[in-house]
Each structure stands twice: as structure tokens, then as C-alpha cells.
Design a protein around this ligand. Structure first.
Ligand code: ATP
Ligand code: MG
Ligand code: MG
Length: 551
């Protein structure tokens, strides 16, 4: 296979290793446990773990847990599961920024002692006003020049819980006139009287993201701290903390463009809203762009990794076509998914010339060119089901399915010819009467009249009743929520269609959850663990066979 040219971060690492700036690399994937991971996180996971793998380094999994009010163990567990499922293994134990709260606190004291941090009494609203704007410098806080002793005493009182939330904060003393607003005396500790999912009630002051992130990188010996472009303006602050504290290492921050996908939202806040407002049935709803949703839908880890490889890593913001993701899924499943037959909208066919009590067994390959996927056995009898869409009383030449007076091949079985159909009182076709053409297993009819096409089927006497859930895109617009609209206005009202009374070949009784099959002529489908009941499986459509959106 052709090797993709190295991307800019790989080039930076190569250079750093060549020049001996580092002897081996350490990266980290640092999710905040405040929601489930989505496809954008997959890009970051593949990048960070992929670099460690490419360069023989290590990648840590660190939970960036500095906002206790939004975080929970449920999210921690889901994130661990998602990273493992994608095929990556973190180095050593999982880590939590909260493991470093004692050290971070001591570094805050260190800054106070050297006169580089102070307790500020401005309320959050006042602080915003003092901060200035892009065109106007900020103003110094009235308490900016407190003595070291006073700051130490006040910060200790903050930690001891003596002040209410919002009453004061600890800020780095940098430069209120800096053109970079992040450098205008950023808050490094705030009071939050909130129980933490990992440290319990030990703390009521918590470090800010900016104060915690780089220092946690330093503690772990991270060499290349990779984040998305929104943090570019935070880099000077990242470097300021590292330069002004007695940290054990000097990590460097690099930024890359986040993944944006059309017809998709990739923001935990919006995904949470979809869950909370009941637009979907949980974070793992198969329509969600979450890793857990895509897993439940039958997407494979390899297809997601391949997608992340193809989109590449750059510093240019762009929107990727969701069709590319779908292509990667289809490509993987075409090569690897076992084949099966399932009739989604059953129509009965009675074979009038086939003996009532006769049964035959046909063998079909598990996959047309994968012997390792074994074979299936199909029991054949006088009555079977085909899809309603595969029969018409009359049709033109383009319709290559079953028509009265015409022939079609039943996949892996005989050629049949339709004679008549039976309708109910409402005119709806309820049964087709047809004949088997003799000697057509594996060969064309002897009279030279060839079948028009091939259709799938199941036997009436031996099949598995099931439900099938068909999914479409969750949003009807390329950029949900653009143009000042609420993203919820772009929700596709028809993103889910539930078909009941479907009939699958019996081999699907052994289907494992999340493992996709190709239902021949219909698409890729996998068993849904949540909705299936014993004896009554429910299948999710992973994706159609072709891109039905490409016009
Ligand atoms: P969200 O905006 O959805 O809340 P986040 O960046 O706040 O995402 P984190 O849990 O902090 O979520 O993300 C962990 C890592 O994943 C970060 O390094 C972040 O940069 C990266 N990441 C998040 N979203 C994307 C994306 N769309 N593309 C690439 N990387 C992403
Ligand atoms: Mg974040
Ligand atoms: Mg976030």
C-alpha cells in the first residue's frame, strides 16, 4: 500500500528525535469526563495513540477533570471502553488531573510566593468587565498588589472553604495590557463547593483548565501535547506556567484542526441536549456520532481508524463530508461482513409445482471471496417469502425482479416463474403463485429462457422473525444550526423507521450484537443489544449498500 506522506506533527517529532531534543515521545489523550466521546475525539485518539505507536513512544489516557459539576464516573467508564474498542491501549494506569491536585496546589503557592499570583476580589462579572476587549486593554484588579503574606492567607482560606463561590479567585499576575486576552491575569483557581467524582469532598477550590493542563503534561513527562486550534491563543499561557514553575519537564503544545463533519454535530453540549431532550434514545443511539452510537450501529474500529487516517492532520479548518465516513464503513464491511438474507417487507410466494412435504438444503457461502467466513445452510420448501418490492404484476424491462409470466433466480436456489397473484379485498397483493423451473440449481434453465435477475428470499417453514430499524441522517442540513438557527430545527423527522415482521435466514439466530452482516441487496445490519429479546432479534441498519445521497 502507498504510504501517506508524513503530516506536520510527525515531521516535528521526527526532527525532535533526530536533533536529540527528546529521546522518546510521550503523548496523551485528555478527555474531560463530561460526556461520551464522539467522532471528533476519535481523530484525536488516533492521532495521539498513533504517534506513540509510530515512534515507539507512549500515550497516556488522562481524564481532565477540573469541572466537578459536570463530570461523572459513568463518563469515565464509557471513555475507557471507547478508547479500547477503537483498538488503542494507554500506557500504565489511567490518570486523572485530580490525582495532581496537591501538586497543582503547591505550584499555586509557589507562584504566590514569588509574587506572580494574587487573590482577586472581583466578582466574575466585574472581572469580565476589567478584562477589556480585543481593542481595549484590561484594567488591573484593585487587589492586584496584595502582599505575598496576605495572598497566602487568603488562598489558604479559600481552600479551607471560608469564602462562598464567586467571592474571590486566584489569578496569575501577568499583564492586563497584553494583546492576548488569555494573558490578562487569568484565573488559576476558583471556588466550587461541589463534590468531585474522584476526590470527593477533599477540595472546594479547583484549578482552571489552563493552570492544570500543561502542568499535568509536565508531571507525566508528556513531550508533545497536542490539542485543537482553539487553544492556539492559550499556548503563550501554557508556556508561561511551564517557565515560571519548578515543573519536572518542559512539554510543548501543538495544535491541529478539529474534525467537523457535515450533517453532524460534534459538540458534547449539543449531543447532551439531544439526549436530555429525548430526540434520541441515549448517547449510544445508533444515529449519534458518538463512538458508542457508531459501535451500536455496527461501524467497525478499523473503519473509524481508516477514516481518521484519510482525513489527515493539518492546521487548516475544514468540513469533511460525512459521505467519506460512510465510504470507509462500507468499504470495510464489504470486505469483512458475512452475507445473509433478510426479507424486510415479506410477501408470500407459493410454489405450486413443488411437493408439499419436500425439503432441500442449499449451501451458500458466508462471503463471496472469503472462505474463512464459512458457509450457511438454507432449507428450501414449497412456500417462501420475498420482498414486496421484488414483485410486480407487470413491469418494463428495467425491472429485473419477479413479474407475472417472467422468471427470476432465488439467490443460492432455483429459478422460479410467477403465474398469478392473489389480492385481498383492498386490492393489496398478499400472495404470489409461482413455479420452480427444474434443474436450475447452479445453472440456467434448459429451455434457454433466462431469469431477469436475482432476488433474496427466506423459507416459510424455517426463518427467524425479527424487527429492523432503518436509520437516516439525524440532520437534514449540512451545517445544523448555522445562520443563527437552533441546531434542533435541522433535525430530520424521518431519521428512524422501524420495520416489524421482517424475516431473516435462520443462521442469523447466532448473530452477536454490534457485528455487522451484509443482508444481501439491502445493506449492512447488526443486532441491537438493547432492543433484542430472546427469540426476537432487532437489527440496526448500519449503512446502505450504496450512497443513496449522492445524486
Ligand atoms: P466538545 O467541544 O465536544 O466538548 P472538548 O474538546 O471539550 O469537546 P474534551 O473531552 O476536552 O472535549 O476533548 C478531549 C480531546 O479531544 C481534546 O484534546 C480535544 O482537543 C479533542 N477533540 C475534541 N473534539 C474534537 C474534534 N472535533 N476534532 C478533533 N479533536 C477533538
Ligand atoms: Mg476540552
Ligand atoms: Mg468541552
Amino acid at each position: 500500500a502507498k504510504q501517506k506522506p508524513a503530516h506536520f506533527i510527525q515531521n516535528i517529532i521526527k526532527r525532535d528525535l533526530d536533533e536529540g531534543k527528546v529521546t522518546s515521545i510521550v503523548t496523551r489523550f485528555p478527555p474531560e469526563p463530561n460526556g461520551y466521546l464522539h467522532i471528533g475525539h476519535a481523530k484525536s485518539i488516533c492521532l495521539n495513540f498513533g504517534l506513540a505507536k509510530d515512534f515507539g513512544g507512549q500515550c497516556n489516557l488522562r481524564f481532565d477533570d477540573t469541572n466537578p459539576e459536570k463530570e461523572s464516573d459513568e463518563y469515565v467508564e464509557s471513555i475507557k471502553r471507547d478508547v479500547s474498542w477503537l483498538g488503542f491501549q494507554w500506557q500504565g494506569d489511567i490518570r486523572f488531573t485530580s490525582d495532581y491536585f496537591d501538586t497543582l496546589y503547591s505550584w499555586a503557592l509557589e507562584l504566590i510566593r514569588v509574587g506572580k499570583a494574587y487573590v482577586c476580589d472581583l466578582t466574575p462579572e466585574q472581572a469580565r468587565e476589567y478584562r477589556g476587549t480585543l481593542t481595549e486593554p484590561g484594567r488591573n484588579s484593585p487587589t492586584r498588589d496584595r502582599s505575598v503574606e496576605e495572598n497566602l492567607t487568603l488562598f489558604e482560606k479559600m481552600r479551607a472553604g471560608e469564602f462562598d463561590e464567586g467571592r474571590c479567585s486566584l489569578r496569575a499576575k501577568i499583564d492586563m495590557a497584553s494583546p492576548n486576552i488569555n494573558m490578562r491575569d487569568p484565573v488559576i483557581y476558583r471556588i466550587k463547593k461541589v463534590r468531585h467524582h474522584h476526590t470527593g469532598d477533599k477540595w472546594c477550590v479547583y484549578p482552571s483548565y489552563d493552570f492544570a493542563h500543561g502542568q499535568s503534561d509536565a508531571i507525566e513527562g508528556v513531550t508533545h501535547s497536542i490539542c485543537t486550534l482553539e487553544f492556539e491563543d492559550h499556548r503563550p499561557l501554557y508556556e508561561w506556567f511551564i517557565a515560571n514553575l519548578s515543573v519536572p519537564a518542559t512539554p510543548k503544545q501543538y495544535e491541529f484542526a478539529r474534525l467537523n463533519l457535515n450533517y453532524t454535530v460534534t459538540s458534547k453540549r449539543k449531543l447532551r441536549q439531544l439526549v436530555d431532550d429525548g430526540h434520541v434514545d441515549g448517547w449510544d443511539d445508533p444515529r449519534m456520532p458518538t463512538i458508542s452510537g457508531m459501535r451500536r450501529r455496527g461501524f467497525t474500529p478499523a473503519s473509524l481508524r481508516n477514516f481518521c487516517e484519510r482525513i489527515g492532520v493539518t492546521r487548516a479548518d475544514s468540513v469533511v463530508d460525512v459521505g467519506m465516513l460512510e465510504y470507509c464503513v462500507r468499504d470495510d464491511l464489504d470486505k469483512n461482513a458475512p452475507r445473509a438474507m433478510c426479507v424486510l417487507r415479506p410477501l408470500k410466494v407459493t410454489l405450486t409445482n413443488y411437493p408439499e412435504d419436500r425439503r432441500e438444503e442449499f449451501v451458500a457461502p458466508g462471503h463471496p471471496n472469503r472462505d474463512d467466513l464459512g458457509e450457511r445452510r438454507l432449507s428450501f420448501g414449497p412456500s417462501l417469502y420475498i420482498d414486496r418490492e421484488d414483485f410486480r404484476e407487470e413491469a418494463n424491462k428495467k425491472y429485473k425482479r419477479l413479474v407475472i409470466g417472467k422468471r427470476v433466480r432465488l439467490r443460492n436456489a432455483y429459478v422460479i416463474e410467477a403465474d398469478e397473484c392473489i389480492k385481498d379485498d383492498g386490492g393489496q397483493i398478499i400472495e404470489v403463485k409461482a413455479r420452480v423451473i427444474d434443474n436450475t440449481i447452479g445453472q440456467d434453465p434448459e429451455d434457454g429462457i433466462k431469469p431477469k435477475g436475482v432476488i433474496h428470499w427466506v423459507s416459510a417453514h424455517d426463518h427467524l422473525a425479527c424487527d429492523v430499524r432503518l436509520y437516516d441522517r439525524l440532520f437534514t442540513e449540512e451545517s445544523p444550526g448555522s445562520g443563527g438557527k437552533d441546531f434542533l430545527e435541522s433535525i430530520n423527522p424521518d431519521s428512524l423507521e422501524v420495520l416489524t415482521g421482517c424475516m431473516a435466514e435462520p443462521s442469523l439466530a447466532n448473530a452477536a450484537a454490534e457485528f455487522a452482516y451484509q443482508f444481501e441487496r439491502e445493506g449492512y445490519f447488526c443486532l441491537d443489544e438493547k432492543y433484542s429479546k430472546s427469540g426476537k432479534p432487532v437489527f440496526n441498519r448500519t449503512i446502505g449498500l450504496r450512497d443513496s445521497w449522492a445524486k
